[in-house]
Design a protein around this ligand. Sequence first.
Ligand code: ATP
Length: 293
Amino acid sequence: MSGLDVELRDLTVDFKDTRAVDSATVRLPANTITGLLGRNGSGKTTMLSAVASLLRPTSGQVLVDGRDPYEDEALMEQVCLIREGGDVLPDEKIRVTLDFVASARPRWDQAYAEELLETFELDPGKKPAKLSRGKRSALGAVIGLASRAPVTMFDEVYLGMDAPSRRRFYELLIADYVEHPRTVVVSSHLISEVEQLFENVVVLDRGAVLVAEEAETLREQGATVTGAADRVDAATAGLRVLGETVLGPTKQVTVLGRLDQETRERLHADGLEVGAVPLQDLFIALTDKEVRR
Ligand SMILES: Nc1ncnc2c1ncn2[C@@H]1O[C@H](COP(=O)(O)OP(=O)(O)OP(=O)(O)O)[C@@H](O)[C@H]1O
Protein backbone atom coordinates (compact mmCIF):
# COMPACT_ATOMS: atom_id res chain seq x y z
CA MET A 1 0.00 0.00 0.00
CA SER A 2 1.23 3.46 -0.71
CA GLY A 3 0.26 7.07 -0.87
CA LEU A 4 -0.61 9.15 -3.90
CA ASP A 5 1.09 12.17 -5.33
CA VAL A 6 -0.75 15.49 -4.93
CA GLU A 7 -0.06 18.37 -7.24
CA LEU A 8 -1.51 21.85 -7.30
CA ARG A 9 -1.10 23.79 -10.51
CA ASP A 10 -1.67 27.51 -10.32
CA LEU A 11 -4.52 26.94 -7.87
CA THR A 12 -6.63 29.96 -7.02
CA VAL A 13 -9.69 29.97 -4.76
CA ASP A 14 -11.76 33.11 -4.28
CA PHE A 15 -14.59 33.72 -1.84
CA LYS A 16 -16.41 36.76 -3.23
CA ASP A 17 -13.79 39.47 -2.81
CA THR A 18 -11.32 37.40 -0.76
CA ARG A 19 -8.55 35.53 -2.55
CA ALA A 20 -7.99 32.65 -0.12
CA VAL A 21 -5.50 30.73 -2.29
CA ASP A 22 -3.47 32.67 -4.80
CA SER A 23 -1.91 30.88 -7.80
CA ALA A 24 -0.44 28.09 -5.68
CA THR A 25 1.80 25.65 -7.51
CA VAL A 26 3.18 22.94 -5.29
CA ARG A 27 3.76 19.19 -5.22
CA LEU A 28 3.19 16.99 -2.18
CA PRO A 29 5.17 13.89 -3.05
CA ALA A 30 3.65 10.48 -2.36
CA ASN A 31 4.69 8.85 0.90
CA THR A 32 6.01 11.91 2.67
CA ILE A 33 4.80 13.93 5.62
CA THR A 34 4.39 17.58 4.71
CA GLY A 35 3.87 20.39 7.18
CA LEU A 36 1.52 23.01 5.77
CA LEU A 37 2.35 26.14 7.71
CA GLY A 38 0.82 29.57 7.62
CA ARG A 39 -0.54 32.23 9.89
CA ASN A 40 -4.24 32.52 10.64
CA GLY A 41 -6.18 33.15 7.46
CA SER A 42 -3.27 32.28 5.15
CA GLY A 43 -5.37 29.76 3.21
CA LYS A 44 -4.42 26.40 4.71
CA THR A 45 -7.96 25.11 5.23
CA THR A 46 -9.06 26.37 1.83
CA MET A 47 -6.16 24.69 0.07
CA LEU A 48 -6.78 21.39 1.85
CA SER A 49 -10.53 21.62 1.15
CA ALA A 50 -9.74 21.96 -2.55
CA VAL A 51 -7.52 18.86 -2.42
CA ALA A 52 -10.36 16.99 -0.67
CA SER A 53 -12.84 18.15 -3.36
CA LEU A 54 -14.93 19.97 -0.78
CA LEU A 55 -14.76 23.06 -2.92
CA ARG A 56 -14.06 23.78 -6.52
CA PRO A 57 -11.06 25.90 -7.48
CA THR A 58 -11.80 29.28 -9.03
CA SER A 59 -8.99 28.51 -11.45
CA GLY A 60 -6.04 26.16 -11.72
CA GLN A 61 -5.94 22.45 -10.97
CA VAL A 62 -5.76 19.93 -8.16
CA LEU A 63 -4.31 16.62 -9.30
CA VAL A 64 -4.23 13.52 -7.14
CA ASP A 65 -2.25 10.74 -8.78
CA GLY A 66 -2.37 12.89 -11.91
CA ARG A 67 -6.18 13.06 -11.97
CA ASP A 68 -8.83 15.56 -10.89
CA PRO A 69 -10.46 14.12 -7.73
CA TYR A 70 -13.53 16.32 -8.21
CA GLU A 71 -14.41 14.35 -11.31
CA ASP A 72 -13.54 10.94 -9.93
CA GLU A 73 -15.51 9.42 -7.06
CA ALA A 74 -13.15 6.46 -6.61
CA LEU A 75 -10.27 8.86 -6.23
CA MET A 76 -12.21 11.00 -3.73
CA GLU A 77 -12.40 8.00 -1.39
CA GLN A 78 -8.64 7.95 -1.29
CA VAL A 79 -8.39 11.49 0.06
CA CYS A 80 -9.25 12.11 3.69
CA LEU A 81 -9.35 15.56 5.29
CA ILE A 82 -9.78 15.76 9.04
CA ARG A 83 -10.94 19.19 10.19
CA GLU A 84 -11.02 20.41 13.71
CA GLY A 85 -14.79 20.48 14.00
CA GLY A 86 -14.76 16.91 12.72
CA ASP A 87 -17.01 15.54 10.01
CA VAL A 88 -19.03 13.44 12.40
CA LEU A 89 -22.69 12.82 13.09
CA PRO A 90 -22.90 14.92 16.26
CA ASP A 91 -26.14 13.48 17.63
CA GLU A 92 -25.52 9.82 16.89
CA LYS A 93 -23.30 7.53 18.91
CA ILE A 94 -19.63 7.55 17.90
CA ARG A 95 -19.94 4.01 16.59
CA VAL A 96 -22.52 5.19 14.02
CA THR A 97 -20.03 7.76 12.67
CA LEU A 98 -17.33 5.09 12.58
CA ASP A 99 -19.61 2.69 10.66
CA PHE A 100 -20.35 5.47 8.22
CA VAL A 101 -16.66 6.31 7.72
CA ALA A 102 -15.83 2.60 7.41
CA SER A 103 -18.28 2.28 4.52
CA ALA A 104 -16.70 5.26 2.75
CA ARG A 105 -13.02 4.42 3.25
CA PRO A 106 -11.83 1.30 1.45
CA ARG A 107 -8.78 0.88 3.69
CA TRP A 108 -10.54 1.43 7.02
CA ASP A 109 -9.03 -0.71 9.80
CA GLN A 110 -11.73 -1.42 12.39
CA ALA A 111 -9.46 -3.19 14.87
CA TYR A 112 -7.03 -0.29 14.78
CA ALA A 113 -9.91 2.19 15.22
CA GLU A 114 -11.06 0.35 18.34
CA GLU A 115 -7.54 0.31 19.71
CA LEU A 116 -7.29 4.06 19.11
CA LEU A 117 -10.62 4.71 20.83
CA GLU A 118 -9.22 2.99 23.91
CA THR A 119 -5.96 4.91 23.70
CA PHE A 120 -7.81 8.23 23.65
CA GLU A 121 -10.39 7.00 26.17
CA LEU A 122 -13.31 7.53 23.84
CA ASP A 123 -16.49 5.61 24.54
CA PRO A 124 -18.06 4.55 21.21
CA GLY A 125 -21.47 4.68 22.90
CA LYS A 126 -21.19 8.44 23.44
CA LYS A 127 -22.39 11.13 21.04
CA PRO A 128 -19.80 13.56 19.59
CA ALA A 129 -22.02 16.52 20.54
CA LYS A 130 -21.51 15.57 24.18
CA LEU A 131 -17.72 15.39 23.97
CA SER A 132 -15.27 18.05 25.14
CA ARG A 133 -13.29 19.91 22.44
CA GLY A 134 -10.22 17.82 23.18
CA LYS A 135 -12.10 14.54 22.91
CA ARG A 136 -13.71 15.66 19.64
CA SER A 137 -10.23 16.42 18.29
CA ALA A 138 -9.13 12.98 19.42
CA LEU A 139 -12.09 11.44 17.58
CA GLY A 140 -10.92 13.25 14.43
CA ALA A 141 -7.46 11.80 14.95
CA VAL A 142 -8.91 8.30 15.30
CA ILE A 143 -10.89 8.68 12.08
CA GLY A 144 -7.90 10.10 10.18
CA LEU A 145 -5.52 7.39 11.32
CA ALA A 146 -7.85 4.39 10.96
CA SER A 147 -9.03 5.50 7.51
CA ARG A 148 -5.50 4.80 6.22
CA ALA A 149 -6.38 6.92 3.20
CA PRO A 150 -3.54 7.20 0.65
CA VAL A 151 -3.80 10.98 1.08
CA THR A 152 -4.48 11.90 4.71
CA MET A 153 -4.65 15.54 5.78
CA PHE A 154 -5.00 16.75 9.36
CA ASP A 155 -6.10 20.37 9.48
CA GLU A 156 -5.02 21.62 12.91
CA VAL A 157 -7.00 18.71 14.26
CA TYR A 158 -4.83 18.22 17.31
CA LEU A 159 -5.18 21.77 18.62
CA GLY A 160 -7.98 20.99 21.00
CA MET A 161 -6.13 18.08 22.61
CA ASP A 162 -4.11 18.46 25.78
CA ALA A 163 -0.33 18.03 25.69
CA PRO A 164 -0.19 14.29 26.54
CA SER A 165 -2.89 13.49 23.96
CA ARG A 166 -1.11 15.55 21.29
CA ARG A 167 2.13 13.76 21.99
CA ARG A 168 0.34 10.43 21.75
CA PHE A 169 -1.16 11.51 18.43
CA TYR A 170 2.24 12.44 16.97
CA GLU A 171 3.72 9.11 18.14
CA LEU A 172 0.81 7.15 16.69
CA LEU A 173 0.96 9.06 13.42
CA ILE A 174 4.66 8.34 12.97
CA ALA A 175 4.32 4.68 13.97
CA ASP A 176 1.37 4.09 11.64
CA TYR A 177 3.02 6.02 8.81
CA VAL A 178 6.10 3.80 9.07
CA GLU A 179 3.92 0.68 8.90
CA HIS A 180 1.58 2.05 6.24
CA PRO A 181 3.33 4.77 4.27
CA ARG A 182 0.99 7.31 2.74
CA THR A 183 0.88 10.96 1.79
CA VAL A 184 0.29 12.92 4.97
CA VAL A 185 -0.26 16.64 5.38
CA VAL A 186 -0.36 18.24 8.83
CA SER A 187 -1.39 21.88 8.87
CA SER A 188 -0.44 24.12 11.73
CA HIS A 189 0.48 27.57 12.88
CA LEU A 190 2.09 26.09 16.03
CA ILE A 191 5.25 24.58 14.69
CA SER A 192 7.68 23.84 17.47
CA GLU A 193 5.76 20.76 18.57
CA VAL A 194 5.23 19.20 15.18
CA GLU A 195 8.29 20.18 13.21
CA GLN A 196 10.09 16.91 13.89
CA LEU A 197 7.37 15.09 11.95
CA PHE A 198 7.92 16.93 8.69
CA GLU A 199 9.98 15.80 5.75
CA ASN A 200 8.63 18.64 3.60
CA VAL A 201 7.43 22.07 4.50
CA VAL A 202 5.05 24.33 2.59
CA VAL A 203 4.59 27.84 3.95
CA LEU A 204 1.56 29.82 2.84
CA ASP A 205 1.43 33.57 3.14
CA ARG A 206 -1.79 35.37 2.26
CA GLY A 207 -2.79 32.51 0.01
CA ALA A 208 0.50 32.27 -1.88
CA VAL A 209 3.17 29.59 -1.55
CA LEU A 210 6.13 31.32 0.08
CA VAL A 211 8.26 28.23 0.62
CA ALA A 212 8.06 24.62 -0.55
CA GLU A 213 11.16 22.71 0.49
CA GLU A 214 12.48 19.68 2.25
CA ALA A 215 12.53 20.43 5.98
CA GLU A 216 16.28 19.83 6.16
CA THR A 217 17.00 22.28 3.37
CA LEU A 218 14.85 24.86 5.11
CA ARG A 219 16.59 24.35 8.43
CA GLU A 220 19.93 24.97 6.74
CA GLN A 221 18.76 28.47 5.91
CA GLY A 222 19.53 29.54 9.42
CA ALA A 223 21.57 28.59 12.47
CA THR A 224 21.85 29.16 16.18
CA VAL A 225 25.15 30.35 17.61
CA THR A 226 25.65 29.81 21.34
CA GLY A 227 28.45 30.76 23.72
CA ALA A 228 29.98 33.67 25.62
CA ALA A 229 27.84 36.75 24.90
CA ASP A 230 30.64 39.01 23.61
CA ARG A 231 31.96 36.30 21.27
CA VAL A 232 28.49 35.50 19.98
CA ASP A 233 27.89 39.21 19.29
CA ALA A 234 31.19 39.49 17.43
CA ALA A 235 30.55 36.33 15.42
CA THR A 236 27.04 37.32 14.35
CA ALA A 237 27.68 41.00 13.65
CA GLY A 238 26.39 41.81 10.19
CA LEU A 239 24.14 38.72 9.99
CA ARG A 240 20.36 38.94 10.06
CA VAL A 241 19.34 38.06 13.61
CA LEU A 242 15.96 36.38 14.09
CA GLY A 243 16.08 36.20 17.86
CA GLU A 244 18.29 35.93 20.89
CA THR A 245 18.20 34.46 24.38
CA VAL A 246 20.52 35.39 27.20
CA LEU A 247 21.16 33.07 30.12
CA GLY A 248 23.72 34.59 32.48
CA PRO A 249 26.98 35.01 30.57
CA THR A 250 25.75 32.73 27.74
CA LYS A 251 23.88 33.96 24.73
CA GLN A 252 22.12 32.15 21.90
CA VAL A 253 21.48 34.02 18.70
CA THR A 254 19.41 32.69 15.81
CA VAL A 255 20.55 33.98 12.45
CA LEU A 256 19.08 33.76 8.98
CA GLY A 257 21.39 32.72 6.17
CA ARG A 258 23.58 29.76 5.39
CA LEU A 259 26.80 29.45 7.37
CA ASP A 260 29.47 27.92 5.17
CA GLN A 261 31.84 25.26 6.45
CA GLU A 262 34.69 27.71 6.91
CA THR A 263 32.56 30.02 9.06
CA ARG A 264 31.31 27.09 11.11
CA GLU A 265 34.86 25.89 11.73
CA ARG A 266 35.95 29.39 12.73
CA LEU A 267 33.04 29.65 15.19
CA HIS A 268 33.88 26.24 16.66
CA ALA A 269 37.52 27.26 17.04
CA ASP A 270 36.29 30.34 18.87
CA GLY A 271 34.50 28.14 21.41
CA LEU A 272 31.02 28.72 19.99
CA GLU A 273 28.40 26.10 19.31
CA VAL A 274 26.51 26.13 16.03
CA GLY A 275 23.13 24.40 15.94
CA ALA A 276 20.10 23.90 13.72
CA VAL A 277 17.52 26.64 13.61
CA PRO A 278 14.05 25.81 14.88
CA LEU A 279 11.53 25.91 12.02
CA GLN A 280 9.29 28.00 14.23
CA ASP A 281 11.85 30.84 14.18
CA LEU A 282 12.28 30.63 10.43
CA PHE A 283 8.53 30.57 9.96
CA ILE A 284 8.05 33.71 12.05
CA ALA A 285 10.84 35.46 10.18
CA LEU A 286 9.41 34.50 6.80
CA THR A 287 5.83 35.42 7.55
CA ASP A 288 6.13 38.39 9.89
CA LYS A 289 5.63 41.53 7.83
CA GLU A 290 7.52 43.59 10.40
CA VAL A 291 10.61 41.42 10.10
CA ARG A 292 10.49 40.72 6.38
CA ARG A 293 12.95 42.41 4.09
N1 ATP B 1 -16.42 30.22 3.29
C1 ATP B 1 -15.73 31.37 3.24
N2 ATP B 1 -16.30 32.51 2.82
C2 ATP B 1 -15.60 33.66 2.74
N3 ATP B 1 -14.29 33.79 3.07
C3 ATP B 1 -13.67 32.68 3.50
C4 ATP B 1 -14.34 31.41 3.60
N4 ATP B 1 -13.45 30.49 4.05
C5 ATP B 1 -12.27 31.14 4.22
N5 ATP B 1 -12.40 32.45 3.89
C6 ATP B 1 -11.33 33.46 3.90
O1 ATP B 1 -10.23 32.95 3.16
C7 ATP B 1 -8.99 33.25 3.80
C8 ATP B 1 -8.24 31.96 4.10
O2 ATP B 1 -8.93 31.25 5.12
P1 ATP B 1 -8.49 29.79 5.60
O3 ATP B 1 -9.52 29.34 6.58
O4 ATP B 1 -8.25 28.94 4.41
O5 ATP B 1 -7.11 30.10 6.33
P2 ATP B 1 -6.28 29.21 7.38
O6 ATP B 1 -4.85 29.38 7.00
O7 ATP B 1 -6.83 27.83 7.42
O8 ATP B 1 -6.56 29.96 8.75
P3 ATP B 1 -6.55 29.45 10.30
O9 ATP B 1 -5.13 29.10 10.66
O10 ATP B 1 -7.03 30.66 11.02
O11 ATP B 1 -7.49 28.29 10.38
C9 ATP B 1 -9.34 34.07 5.02
O12 ATP B 1 -9.23 35.44 4.69
C10 ATP B 1 -10.78 33.69 5.31
O13 ATP B 1 -11.44 34.75 5.96
